[in-house]
Design a protein around this ligand. Structure first.
Ligand code: HEM
Length: 295
């Protein structure tokens, strides 16, 4: 389990206090290529969106397209922040912890921007925005997720970690899990037809939570455990998609199960989840090899 002290680094060089917040320095204020690459990756969707908006490439409903794009990226950032600890442990890549805060804050900024875009779509009529949030449950759920993310971002500074104390900080920051659940519910509820994307993200979320559960309740899953987790998450994803489609469209279950093996309709989310889980297992096995065997 990641602790609050993983997040702050007390032994900083003098004068590093502000430098640690630069998007290319690590928690000791030194230049870090990893931090810079992650920062640029987090910035890229915003740059592409600004570019498409500037050249009029967002179609006839530019606000709505922008809302969808930014909402999608918010979920990606949220899951990426949840992936830091499992990847750090399975790949034995300790410095990954140094980018978790940045990814979490990016998720909050994206979610806030998503709300601003929604206000823009409603012609900045804040009364209408408020009444829609009250009337439409999926918007209220989105707002609850956004406010919780705001609380997490506000308490993510080193000063707040120290002020709250390790245990309370950790307890508060476990809010990320229900926030991700709310975000996925919001994603499902606003979908009009194709549930492929939210199913895929839910499957990845299941893997991330199952990994935590295994590690906290049992021990380090090891390569065999990671393969078992990948298969279990993929099976749950396939079951979720099958049940969801059968329920929504009253389609026969067997046809949907068969569709999982029909590449003509695209690779179903369960296969992506299996691929991602097995990739982590393979990378972890490689990292676990003794150094002598690698030489
Ligand atoms: C953490 C908070 C939030 C997350 C993660 C989130 C995520 C998403 C996602 C993933 C989508 C669909 C994107 C796609 O189709 O690819 C979406 C759509 C949308 N979201 Fe959010 N959202 C959040 C908060 C909010 C809030 C606070 C509002 C407004 C009050 C909002 C309003 C909308 C609207 C209007 C749509 C499009 C619905 C449509 O076109 O029918 N979201 N959101």
């Amino acid at each position: 389990m990641t602790t609050a002290t993983d997040t702050i680094r007390p032994n900083r060089p003098r004068g590093a206090s502000l430098r640690v917040y630069l998007p290319w320095t690590d928690s000791a204020g030194r230049f870090s290529p990893l931090v810079l690459v992650v920062f640029l990756a987090l910035l890229t969707p915003a740059v592409l969106l600004a570019f498409d908006a500037a050249i009029g490439n967002l179609g006839p409903r530019p606000w709505n397209i922008a809302i969808h794009r930014v909402g999608w990226w918010t979920v990606v950032f949220l899951l990426a922040s949840l992936a830091v600890t499992p990847l750090r442990r399975t790949l034995r890549w300790n410095s990954l912890i140094g980018v978790r805060r940045m990814i979490g804050v990016a998720a909050f900024v994206a979610a806030a921007f998503h709300l601003v875009l929604y206000a823009g779509e409603q012609a900045w009529d804040l009364l209408k925005v408020s009444s829609e949030i009250v009337l439409r449950i999926y918007l209220a759920i989105g707002l609850a997720a956004l406010l919780s993310l705001g609380a997490l971002a506000a308490t993510s500074t080193d000063a707040m970690v120290r002020r709250l104390g390790g245990k309370r900080w950790q307890f508060l920051h476990r809010l990320t899990y229900p926030v991700a659940v709310l975000a996925l519910i919001h994603f499902f509820m606003q979908i009009k037809a194709d549930i492929t994307q939210p199913i895929l993200f839910s499957g990845l979320f299941v893997w991330l939570m199952a990994y935590r559960l295994w590690r906290n309740r049992l021990s380090d899953p090891g390569t065999g455990g990671l393969v078992a987790l990948a298969i279990a998450a993929a099976l749950l994803t396939a079951t979720g998609e099958t049940a969801g489609i059968a329920w929504t469209y009253h389609a026969p279950m067997w046809t949907i199960i068969q569709a999982h093996f029909d590449t003509a309709i695209g690779i179903r989310p369960a296969w992506w989840v299996l691929g991602a889980g097995l990739a982590v297992a393979a990378a972890s096995a490689f990292r676990r090899q003794p150094r002598r065997a690698l030489a």
